[in-house]
Ligand binder design. Structure first.
Ligand code: SF4
Length: 210
């Protein structure tokens, strides 16, 4: 795909949605971090339902730690993998209290050292909370990047690097959200909605449904 096509794709996404953001609900960087940890292999809706009860009761590392692992599980038991997520969140809260003055660190290395926080989670927090132009490649972004020809790659790291290299700088900060939303609602996994797609004429996918 040539640079002009890529730029036009993002121009259209920005025109359609000038201020894209995550669908996870949060009111602080710490709440965002917990919501992103909970969202692994779960839907944002499911996470929002659980955190709507959890955060009013506990939304600091100290308060969640004080709930205890079993207490935390009571709030998140509707979310997949809640046992391991509860364990990781307790350990993460302990580290934030002991090593980071109960603040979420802004450095990738420090974020990825937190239990339950991998490269993708760190990228979401760095981008959404700290406005760094990172690219958190999830299943939606991986699919869109490959189907459209925007940044084809065999694995998530290759796609991440390709997107960071090829997306015009002016769109980089918001690109992650446009790509997720496009994959979640239009370029869906089974049957992409090519007939409703605003970038259909720019997309390289050979088996379009329109
Ligand atoms: S035209 Fe179809 S395959 Fe291409 S981006 Fe749009 S929905 Fe996805």
């Amino acid at each position: 795909m040539n640079p002009a096509k890529r730029a036009e794709m993002f121009r259209r996404w920005r025109e359609a949605n000038p201020s894209p953001t995550t669908e996870l609900e949060y009111h602080s960087v710490f709440e965002l971090l917990i919501a992103v940890i909970l969202s692994a292999q779960a839907t944002d809706k499911g996470v929002n339902k659980a955190t709507a009860h959890l955060f009013p009761v506990a939304n600091t590392p100290e308060a969640i730690y004080a709930l205890g692992e079993d207490g935390l599980k009571d709030y998140i038991k509707t979310i997949g993998l809640f046992n391991s997520k509860a364990k990781n969140i307790m350990a993460t809260c302990r580290i934030l209290i002991d090593k980071h003055h109960s603040e979420v660190p802004q450095q990738r290395e420090a974020l990825e050292a937190l239990p339950g926080v991998g490269r993708k989670t760190a990228n979401v927090v760095l981008n959404t909370a700290f406005h760094q132009p990172t690219m958190a490649v999830d299943t939606h972004i991986f699919r869109v990047a490959n189907r459209t020809g925007l940044a084809p790659g065999k694995n998530v790291l290759a796609v991440e690097k390709g997107l960071l290299k090829h997306i015009p700088r002016e769109y980089l900060l918001d690109a992650h959200h446009w790509l997720i939303l496009h994959g979640r609602y239009t370029c869906v996994a089974r049957t992409p909605k090519c007939g409703q797609c605003i970038i259909a004429d720019l997309c390289d996918f050979k088996e379009k449904t329109c």
